[in-house]
Design a protein around this ligand. Structure first.
Ligand code: SF4
Length: 901
């Protein structure tokens, strides 16, 4: 049976139709009826079916035994132990000695019950979420400006805009379906202008009319300058400002003081004055302007000010909540928004109510009929782990997240976890960097097995539906929390029969005393988050719920846009301009650490790779951790493209391969966030990132850490492909990559084996002296190649060299799908090169059809291809999910430049 559900990756929240086939495979396709994607899926969404197997899953509760090993336990034992562990710490040290660290991967219902347990029953607000790391500056900016965490617009605005500004967002890779909507609009009869503001030249820039490569951290100058320019050039909507806002004069004065002179702004931001003025003029002229912003804005020590400096420009021009206009925060995770709705941040209550507001506390406690209510904000993520490290928080329950990888100063996080008396982790994966420190592991349901709701970036609530049975002993997160709550003596608040009952309670709370407060001008219990129309949904109506944008009126109708005519959530209903004095990132570069580290996502991976790392289709695009840097900086640092380098900050170090994408400004480096100890020897960039946070939002400054880069000296490089798992531990460098029917290992080591043959046989596990073993060695150049063949089928192969330029891996990978090796293949293995069609494909660009860069470039050259569509019709590349289309554009431009040179 085909089930309509929602993608579990980014905040675009695409609708997916999923079906479990009789042979155990899972088929997915885009849901044409879902308003977020109209049937399209990016490469990650398209590959969901390839990530569903149970390899590596946590399928039974596990408890750590006194000897340090994890032992399988019954649910009853595990739940009793979890509850007793929390109860003991609360009894001995008080409620603030326990904490929860949850995730934007959770469903709204999971989030709701754990927040209720912490704030209403235990009485602590020490519950924070990994959304703190990506979204909290947007939340704080919304609350300061609008009085509530509200995204005013919707995706349709992108198709109606005249100008789309993308700030700190590689949308093409991180929110691909949003990008594809923009790219489609650009092909219409009235295409919008597109401006990208980003220190990096990313794939997103391929469709841009203007790219402003601002110096990292200077966005507030840029937008303060824009505010001053708009005012000076008559772009102010005086009626809107007068009727619906306050604080304009002070804000304008502050902006003019900092950024009244565009020439000075251009100098500070490091962009051409002419480009800056073009942007300012376009913004002034285009009424229908949408400003999309994402982690490049939020992940900063001035992230909240950056958000408000953007919103200020939209308030000044009255461009908010109307078709084709508004500031638009792109959510990182699938349910970061849902988590915010139920108060999953340490400084929020439930249903968009505030911990510091006594009326809100009373409203929530009386609705819950709970014995207590947390009275002050809890610890935000970075402070929380610091408190754990200091021994102030002694019991921690982590759900669906991997803080030992994703938090800044992540080595300290590991130390804190090691020190914590009682660490519980609910997860779908058994082995993670974080689970290594858990005393209790609780197996949760994964995507396709769990049931509930998520909310995407445009406030659209969609159902995630199960289409697979629960595997082994895995259980829904909300159910696990309720079981522990009952065992802690809180049964009365957690008697939910099913997930629908949880959702109904959440919806009722959003409506509870909401109208009364609105009508009575009461102390600000009014909030726009109101699911009144969903509060009395029956089970069937919940099961068949169609995607809807909140607020949801009693009629069941949602609202696409908010604030066009005021109605903000601050008392009095006015929005607030917020003065945003510009300041630089907290830690400046210096002689010791002269480069700025920026971190982010790559196209085909998600978070810590627990799911996307399983799909060969997704591992081919960028198989290894890398440090992308400008060639001049590489020269100065003594590193070369393709070699290994150590990236070091005051907080930690990591190792990755040097790359020159051509998109990095001198003085900056970029490292992806995904790799961790399960996939590489030493590639957790979180260990390098500084733990500085925005003072208001608590969001870490992931985009600006001073670092140095130096060679990581090794004596030899190599790689292996093997049908069996190998143990690379002990090598100086390794990365493990899932392939189709094999696992690939990129390796390097300080000492060359004295006997390559003996070493290779031992590592690949070839003990039989009569094994079919092909081997070639040239001691003068340090080249060694070997392959193990069983029944004419390749079993494994290894290639070593004193230089990093080893043979292409793509044709070797193709041997693993062959049933038998031909003589030519055996010869090619020894020669280290093939003349077959896979020989020259190059690194994967189109993951859907496995089309490589070299194949595409050759086709562009030979056939004079000029558009991505022409490449698609010849090679199929770009013809499925479209995620690679920006790279196709880039390759067309590169080949053209090469031909014209
Ligand atoms: S854009 Fe891709 S990753 Fe994001 S929700 Fe849609 S299919 Fe999933």
């Amino acid at each position: 049976m085909t089930v309509a559900t929602t993608c579990p990756y980014c905040g675009v929240g695409c609708g997916v139709l999923a079906r479990a086939n009789a042979d155990g495979s899972v088929h997915v396709e885009g849901d044409t009826q879902h308003a977020a994607n109209h049937g399209r899926l990016c490469v990650k969404g398209s590959a969901l079916g390839e990530t569903m197997d149970l390899r590596g899953r946590l399928l039974h509760p596990m408890l750590r035994a006194p000897d340090g090993t994890l032992q399988r336990a019954s649910w009853d034992d595990a739940l009793d132990r979890v509850a007793a562990g929390f109860r003991r710490v609360i009894d001995e040290h008080g409620p603030d000695a326990v904490a929860f660290y949850v995730s934007g991967q959770l469903l709204t219902e999971d989030y709701y019950v754990v927040n209720k347990l912490a704030k209403g029953y235990i009485g602590t607000a020490n519950i924070d979420t990994n959304s703190r790391l990506c979204m909290s500056s947007a939340v704080a900016g919304h609350k300061r400006a609008f009085g509530e965490d509200v995204v005013p617009g919707c995706y349709e605005d992108l198709e109606q805009a005249e100008l789309i500004v993308l700030v700190g967002s590689n949308t093409a890779w991180c929110h691909p379906i949003v990008y594809q909507r923009i790219a489609k609009a650009k092909e219409s009869a009235n295409p919008p202008r597109m401006v990208v503001i980003d220190p990096r030249h990313t794939a997103t820039c391929e469709s841009a009319d203007l790219h402003l490569p601002v110096k990292p951290g200077t966005d507030v100058w840029l937008f303060n300058g824009l505010l001053a320019f708009l005012f000076q050039h008559g772009a102010m909507d005086a009626r809107f400002v007068e009727a619906h806002t306050e604080g304009f004069a002070q804000t304008l004065a502050a902006a003019q003081k900092d950024a009244g002179d565009p020439a000075e702004v251009a100098r500070i931001c490091g962009v051409q004055l002419a480009d800056l003025l073009n942007f300012y003029r376009w913004f002034a002229r285009c009424k229908r302007t949408v400003t999309l912003f994402s982690q490049g804005v939020n992940q900063s020590s001035s992230g909240t000010d950056k958000v408000n400096s953007i919103i200020n420009c939209h308030l000044l021009t009255g461009r908010i909540g109307k078709p084709g206009m508004g500031p638009f925060s792109l959510t990182g995770q699938p349910n970061a928004m849902g988590g915010r709705e139920v108060g999953g941040l340490a400084n929020m209550l439930a249903a968009h109510m505030e911990l510091e507001n006594p009326v809100h506390r009373q409203v929530v406690q009386s609705f819950w009929q709970s014995p207590r209510i947390a009275e002050r904000p809890g610890l935000k993520a970075v402070d929380l782990f610091e408190a754990i490290g200091e021994g102030k928080v002694k019991a921690l329950w982590i759900m669906a997240t991997n803080p030992a990888v994703s938090l800044p100063d992540a080595d300290r996080v590991k130390q804190a976890l090691a020190r914590c008396e009682w660490v519980v982790s609910s997860d779908i994966v058994a082995q993670t960097d974080t689970n290594a420190y858990a005393h209790a592991l609780l197996p949760a349901l994964g995507w396709g097995e769990k049931d509930g709701t998520v909310t995407n970036s445009e406030r659209r609530i969609s159902r995630q539906r199960a289409f697979l049975p629960a595997p082994e002993n895995a259980r829904a997160d909300w159910r696990i929390v309720c079981e522990v709550a009952r065992r802690m003596g809180f049964a009365e608040g957690f008697e939910f029969d099913d997930v629908h009952a949880v959702f109904a309670e959440h919806a009722r709370l959003t409506a509870y005393r909401n109208h009364e407060a609105r009508a009575g001008d009461a102390p600000a219990a009014h909030r726009l988050l109101n699911l009144e129309g969903l509060a009395n949904l029956g089970r069937h109506a919940y099961d068949t719920l169609q995607p809807v944008q909140w607020p949801v009126a009693a009629s069941g109708e949602g609202e696409a846009r908010l604030f066009a005519y005021g109605g903000f959530s601050h008392p009095g209903g006015r929005a607030r301009f917020i003065a945003t004095p510009a300041r630089m990132p907290r830690h400046a570069t210096d002689r010791e650490y002269p480069l700025v580290l920026n971190t982010g996502r790559v196209r085909d991976q998600w978070h810590t790779m627990t799911r996307t790392g399983k799909a060969p289709r997704l591992t081919g695009h960028i198989p290894e951790p890398f440090v992308d840097m400008h060639p001049h900086d590489a020269l100065r640092c003594g590193v070369r493209e393709g070699e290994l380098a150590r990236v070091q900050s005051r907080w930690g170090a990591m190792v990755a391969r040097v790359k020159h994408s051509g998109g990095i400004l001198a003085g900056n480096v970029f490292v992806p966030i995904h790799w961790n100890d399960q996939f590489a020897s030493d590639a957790r960039v979180g260990g390098v990132v500084n733990p500085v946070v925005d003072p208001i939002s608590g969001e870490p400054e992931f985009k600006h850490t001073p670092v140095s880069v130096e060679p990581f000296p090794v004596r030899w490089y190599g790689f292996a492909l093997s049908r069996e798992l190998l143990m690379p531990q002990g090598l100086s460098y390794w990365t493990s990559i899932q392939g189709d029917r094999f696992r690939r290992y990129e390796i390097a080591h300080r000492e060359r084996p004295s006997e390559c043959s003996a070493w290779a046989r031992a590592w690949l596990g070839v003990t039989d002296p009569d094994a079919d073993w092909l081997e070639y060695e040239d001691r003068s150049t340090g080249i060694y190649r070997a392959a193990h063949v069983i029944d004419d089928r390749i079993e494994s192969c290894v290639f070593l060299s004193s230089r990093p330029d080893l043979p292409a891996r793509h044709w070797l990978a193709s041997l693993f799908v062959q049933e038998r090796l031909e003589d030519d293949d055996r010869m090619a293995l020894l020669l280290g090169e093939s003349s077959g069609p896979a020989a020259s494909a190059g690194p994967t660009v189109c993951s859907c059809f496995g089309v490589g860069r070299d194949t595409i470039c050759e086709a562009i050259r030979t056939h004079g291809l000029e558009t991505p569509a022409q490449i698609t019709s010849r090679l199929r590349a770009g013809g499925n999910c479209g995620s690679c289309v920006p790279e196709l554009r880039q390759l067309i431009a590169e080949v053209r430049a090469e031909v014209n040179a």
